[in-house]
Design a protein around this ligand. Structure first.
Ligand SMILES: [Zn+2]
Length: 267
């Protein structure tokens, strides 16, 4: 089996996880900027984090033959302080020409607040001005439907954004259709305690098709499973998916989307 892990927060994982992922057939790992489990109190904290994502973590992954890519932003959970967010957004352009940067993400909404929406619009503007791909985080549980609608409208409101250069992550049964209908890609997050189980993810694929969908573990500091993507491939096998159809979802689809960024290469 070969697969990509298109959304994993490796800074919060132990090195053993890299070994497990490489052994399971992982060909590359992509790490969106996210919350660190605590709120950072200054732009300097984000500067160091961006250095970690662009300098240190690729070296740790390379020890196990794993290419490591990243996305940059201030995540929605820390976007309530608009002044802090604007200062952090101001730091990002100097990192955009680093060789493992894929784009702006994971931006989006957490509690669907007015300030989060303002910061989302700033990020969309940054991505449009600098011609970057976008990776979007959608809110959890009861806030997801409303938040997904707000995000889709914010993206549509900026005419410079090409829908197929945006992936909306953490979709579920009730949000996947609206994301695909707008021309975006959709990501399913496989989580043991919330979001999609492997069985639900395969149900979604069987109902909505596998054309512009990918799966990820989003493994982070919380309860999560770094091998969730290959585990879900086993569920697909159990349901008699062909090896080629599985390969499309877990390997070729993420490569197709990410190859829109010239930095992204899988050998
Ligand atoms: Zn994430």
């Amino acid at each position: 089996m070969r697969y990509l892990e298109p959304h994993a927060h490796m800074v919060s994982r132990v090195t053993d996880d890299y070994i497990q992922m490489a052994t399971a057939g992982c060909a590359a790992i992509c790490e969106p900027a996210f919350w660190a489990g605590f709120d950072r109190c200054s732009p300097q904290g984000f500067y160091d984090y961006f250095c970690q994502l662009t300098e240190h973590e690729p070296k740790r992954a390379a020890k196990y033959g794993l290419p490591h890519y990243c996305w940059l932003c201030i995540n929605p959970k820390e976007s309530e302080d608009v002044q802090l967010a604007e200062e952090v957004i101001g730091l990002i352009p100097q990192f955009l020409d680093r060789p493992n940067v894929l784009g702006i993400g994971e931006i989006g909404l957490n509690k669907n607040s007015r300030n989060e929406l303002r910061v989302l619009e700033r990020h969309i503007d940054l991505a449009a001005r600098t011609h970057q791909l976008i990776l979007v985080h959608t809110p959890h549980l009861e806030d997801k439907l409303k938040g997904t609608r707000l995000i889709l409208d914010a993206l549509k409101a900026d005419s410079r954004i090409q829908p197929d250069r945006v992936i909306i992550d953490h979709v579920e049964e009730h949000t996947v259709r609206m994301v695909l209908d707008r021309g975006h890609w959709a990501g399913m997050t496989l989580y043991p305690v919330s979001k999609c189980s492997p069985a639900r993810a395969v149900d979604i694929l069987e109902n909505f098709g596998a054309e512009r969908l990918w799966m990820n573990s989003a493994c982070d500091w919380g309860e999560s499973v770094p091998l969730a993507v290959p585990h879900t491939a086993l569920e697909m096998r159990r349901r008699a998916w062909t090896a080629d159809a599985i390969d499309q979802v877990i390997y070729r689809n993420p490569i197709r989307f990410l190859s829109q960024c010239p930095n992204f290469k899988v050998t």
